[in-house]
Ligand binder design. Structure first.
Ligand SMILES: Cc1cc2nc3c(=O)[nH]c(=O)nc-3n(C[C@H](O)[C@H](O)[C@H](O)COP(=O)(O)OP(=O)(O)OC[C@H]3O[C@@H](n4cnc5c(N)ncnc54)[C@H](O)[C@@H]3O)c2cc1C
Length: 449
């Protein structure tokens, strides 16, 4: 399909060519990513009964990485996806390939204890390298940029938070660097920040293109991929599992549940244990070169220290993506778009008038303690979930670990997370409603200050 810059169309400037209103996007839209990603591999639905060693439910980064690493070892594996490759978080995220979690390293160690805390941090520290190595190995066209990320501080409090974070990472010998306000202004193109934490391990990708590339690589190694094939039921039959779709079934020795925050069907508990935090992205058209060079000239991915945070990054065609908490639905679509226009203008006064060409959103799954989970749902039914907005690198890494586990290359006791029982989140509906309404009210009121 389209190369990243295919639709440049001369829309290059602070004053961008007016486009048809991108809103309200429907909840299934992947916005810019759908437009600039290479085509998905050819797939079809599951309309027969199949027998495999491993059935993977969900074609996001976790499931596709598991399938790829299994197929590389000649294990027969099929992926069953309810919609399309990358339909969930994997195809609609910001594309920040991070080395760690939102919570600080000491919190991870405090909550998980020994040996899991340090082990998880070590594996997640390696995870971006794993992503970029897979991209190189399979020549995945997904706009990979490994220029690091900038976590940008707002005010004194934000800077103190980053000082703590920097000290904790440096104690673990992570390649992070705390930048002062002048360096941050030079690196971001904005003067609103009081400092930034640069993490050299991280980078950015075009997320839907990455998921499609993983799918292509898994299929090239022999994995089968069935789309529009929601798993509706699962029964144990002797030593095997039989997964049922509307027009077929898959009998497997092992089942990988890789449905995370978008889970439906028999192991929907993976979704019920998380609270959905809506997160939107808007993208401008490709910027004029002089303007583009003034914003993130080093192409880092960036976000800020606000509680209701904002993220910003460029894509390969020089579009600026700007995201924050909120759902682009009903009244929220307009409120968040108006706020994003003005917030971006305040952040980058060099912009002039801000216009967006694309808008889309998705659901980030948050767990009660902000840590991911490893569950054994039933005998030989396993999965990682609960990435709390950090799933590209962790999902890729955990998918490989699931393959190792199934192939007997790693025992349960050496995983980076303990086995836990899935538990439905308390007051989930209420909290999700509050996130939606709260972010809308906040952006509405910030716009009027
Ligand atoms: C807006 C947004 C921004 C984000 N930004 C970032 C970021 O910048 N960096 C980062 O690292 N992470 C980010 N995340 C988080 C990240 O996208 C997710 O953690 C990650 O994609 C999870 O991958 P996954 O493969 O586990 O699940 P998903 O990608 O969500 O895939 C699950 C799949 O399972 C399928 N499915 C569900 N039920 C069934 C069923 N019964 N049968 C068959 N298929 C089923 C769904 O259709 C879906 O395709 C963001 C998330 C969102 C929503």
């Amino acid at each position: 399909m389209s190369a990243p810059d295919r639709d440049a169309q001369g829309a290059r400037g602070g004053a961008l060519k007016p486009q048809p209103d991108p809103l309200p996007p429907n909840a299934r839209s992947h916005g810019l990513w759908e437009k600039s990603a290479p085509a998905a591999p050819d797939t079809c639905g599951l309309h027969r009964d199949i027998r495999v060693d491993v059935a993977v439910i969900g074609a996001g980064d976790t499931g596709l990485s598991a399938a790829l690493h299994l197929a590389e070892r000649h294990v027969s594996v099929s992926v069953l996806e309810a919609a399309q490759v990358g339909f969930g978080g994997s195809g609609r995220n910001v594309g920040l390939v991070n080395a760690g979690l939102w919570v600080m390293p000491e919190v991870v160690i405090g909550r998980l204890g020994m040996p899991y805390g340090p082990r998880l941090l070590e594996r997640l520290g390696e995870a971006p390298g794993r992503v970029f190595e897979l991209i190189a190995r399979y020549d995945i066209a997904c706009e990979p940029v490994r220029s690091g990320t900038l976590h940008c501080a707002l005010g004194r409090k934000g800077l103190e938070q980053l000082e703590q974070r920097a000290a904790q990472w440096l104690a673990l010998r992570a390649p992070v660097e705390l930048l002062g306000p002048a360096d941050t202004a030079r690196r971001t193109g904005s003067r609103i920040f009081s400092g930034a934490l640069f993490d050299a391990r991280a980078g950015t990708v075009q997320p839907l293109a990455y998921a499609r590339g993983l799918a292509r690589a898994a299929m090239a190694n022999g994995a089968a991929l069935f789309t529009d094939s929601a798993v509706l039921g699962a029964e144990r039959d002797g030593d095997t599992w039989v997964l049922r779709t509307s027009s077929g079934s898959a009998r497997a020795d092992w089942v990988v549940v890789a449905t995370d925050a978008y889970a439906e069907g028999p192991w929907r508990i993976a979704r019920e244990e998380q609270v959905h935090l809506p997160y939107f992205n808007f993208a401008t058209g490709p910027l004029q070169e002089s303007l583009r060079q003034s914003i993130l000239p080093g192409w880092e991915g960036a976000w800020d220290t606000r509680r209701v945070l904002s993220s910003f990054r460029l894509d390969a065609a020089g579009r600026l993506l700007f995201g924050s908490v909120g759902a682009l639905r009903a009244r929220g679509a307009d409120v968040h778009q108006q706020w994003a226009r003005r917030a971006l203008g305040r952040m980058f006064p060099q912009f002039g008038r801000v216009e967006f060409e694309h808008g889309w959103y998705g659901h980030i799954g948050m767990t009660a303690d902000s840590l991911p989970r490893f569950h054994v749902y039933a005998p030989r039914v396993i999965g990682f979930s609960g990435y709390n907005g950090r799933g590209i690198a962790p999902g890729t890494m955990f998918g490989a670990i699931l393959a190792d586990l199934i192939c007997g290359k790693v025992p349960l006791s050496e995983l980076p997370l303990p086995v836990t029982e899935p538990e439905a989140a308390r007051f989930r509906g209420l909290r999700e409603g509050l996130y939606r309404a709260g972010s809308r009210a906040l952006h509405w009121s910030m716009d009027r200050l």
